[in-house]
Design a binder for this molecule. Structure first.
Ligand code: UDX
Length: 435
């Protein structure tokens, strides 16, 4: 099948590359010339394990193409995926759909044969209707269908998540025509056991928001249970195991930590509240989740201050600053809210991050490796669960006192009993009475 992906962000690039790997001809389009030139050379704009090899392999095999010529790409394709960004709008809550609508206009001018136009970006309910209206308004004669096909892949796990998803969801008001085409497109994935769910367009749009909001709710729930564990002397890891073993609850997304961050959960939970407002439905649970998650970052900053005692001029080193491991993405990462509070208290912050120095943190001291963080600070905060932080070289701190605040519960408190290290973690009791 001939496919084009408009937008080479996370979702567009990963999906485009993997559809080409399934043997389709895929044209990836972006209006950023530099990005397209780099992609042709195999230089990818994001950190995603394994993606660069797939780009090079499929580009060399002439199944994968990169271009800025959007008109030609649409004309040559049977299926057009819209995968442009839908960031949070200026109001701080809604999804900004400007790019979606601009692209829809361009598509309307390039429909030279029947096409299936698919919104892959996360878009509010009724966006598909609006895309359809825009195309019809600009081109009343062409034949096309607008389908919703949300993507559920996670950053850092994108290739595996795309190849082996739990389900593929499509939403269309003309399933009779679109379903067989999309079933064929997703055949390699369905054959491996993924459920294929076909529904209406609006239901499909809502599934994506409901999924992200539900996962965010699970995380916030376990984080609040962790807060309670710290007060009552229980262990949140055991609670997560105890409740997660109930198949009705499920064990995944129950890791307590430093609040959820990233490009999706914070944006999509807020957008779902806004959608609720639009349709006069009060999303009270999601509102509480957003509030709980925001509060958590300040709560953790307060905990750091408490651990330090007198924070002024104390040195704190962060290990990892991205919102989770295996990504270089700094969008809505938790530490961006924690740092200002610490700096205001006079704390001196340094950090090491496996994906390198961050432009968002240019006022902070960057260290080249975790050893330098361990040697030079009063407190070390394990902020991101990168594998390399699971076996830190604590011999480096043998002869002096150090505090560690493990926000990802990578270690067990009893590994530190004979060392000069005071260990703090999330929702576990050992040092909770002290901080
Ligand atoms: C998420 C969804 O999982 C994915 O389906 C959707 O397509 C995009 O949004 P992503 O943002 O890449 O993916 O990361 P994810 O692995 O879901 O983690 C999001 C945040 O939640 C991270 O900050 C992570 O550290 C946190 N998290 C996740 C927890 O704190 N505990 C958990 O148990 C799981």
């Amino acid at each position: 099948m001939k496919i084009c992906f408009i937008g080479t962000g996370y979702v567009g690039l990963v999906s485009g590359v993997l559809f080409s790997d399934f043997g389709n001809k895929v044209i990836c389009v972006d209006n950023n010339r530099k990005k397209i030139e780099n992609l042709k050379k195999g230089i990818i704009p994001i950190f995603e394990p394994g993606l660069d090899e797939l780009v090079v392999r499929n580009y060399k095999s002439k199944r994968l193409f990169f271009t800025t010529d959007i008109n030609k790409a649409i004309k040559e394709s049977d299926i057009v995926f819209i995968a442009v960004g839908t960031p949070t709008a200026k109001d701080g809550v809604s999804a900004d759909l400007k790019s979606i609508y601009e692209v829809s206009k361009i598509i309307s001018k390039n429909i030279n044969k029947y096409k299936i136009i698919i919104t892959k970006s996360t878009v509010p309910i009724c966006t598909g209707d609006e895309v359809e209206n825009i195309i019809k308004k600009n081109n009343s004669t062409s034949k096309f269908d607008v389908v919703s096909n949300p993507e559920f892949l996670r950053e850092g796990e994108a290739i595996r998540d795309f190849r082996y998803p739990d389900r593929v969801v499509i939403g269309s008001n003309n399933l009779k025509k679109t379903r067989p085409v999309l079933e064929k497109l997703y055949e390699p994935i369905i054959k491996k056991g993924a459920k294929f769910i076909a529904t209406t367009r609006r239901s499909s749009e809502l599934i994506k928001y409901a999924a992200n909001a539900f996962l965010a709710t699970k995380i916030s729930f376990i984080n609040e249970i962790a807060n309670l564990c710290e007060k009552v002397g229980s262990n949140v890891d055991d609670i997560a195991l105890g409740i997660g073993s109930d198949a009705r609850i499920g064990s995944r997304f129950l890791r307590a930590g430093p609040a959820y961050g990233g490009s999706c959960f914070p944006k999509d939970t807020k957008a779902l509240i806004k959608i609720g407002d639009k349709f006069k439905t009060d999303m009270t649970i999601v509102k509480s989740v957003v509030k709980s998650n925001e509060n958590r970052k300040f709560l953790l900053a307060d905990r750091i201050i408490k651990i330090l005692g007198n924070p002024k001029n104390k040195k704190v080193g962060f290990l990892g600053v991205t919102f989770k491991a295996n990504t270089d993405d700094m969008r809505d990462t938790q530490c961006l809210k924690i740092f200002p509070k610490l700096l205001k208290e006079g704390v001196k912050i340094s950090y090491y991050e496996p994906t390198g120095e961050k432009k968002e943190l240019k006022n902070l001291l960057y260290k080249k490796n975790s050893d330098e963080i361990l040697i030079n600070n009063d407190l070390v905060v394990i902020h991101t669960e990168w594998d390399e932080f699971r076996s830190l070289n604590f011999n480096k701190v043998k002869f002096r006192k150090l505090k560690i605040f493990d926000m990802r519960n990578l270690y067990q408190a009893n590994s530190f009993l004979n060392k000069n290290i005071t260990y703090y973690s999330i929702g576990r009791s050992l040092n909770d009475k002290k901080a």
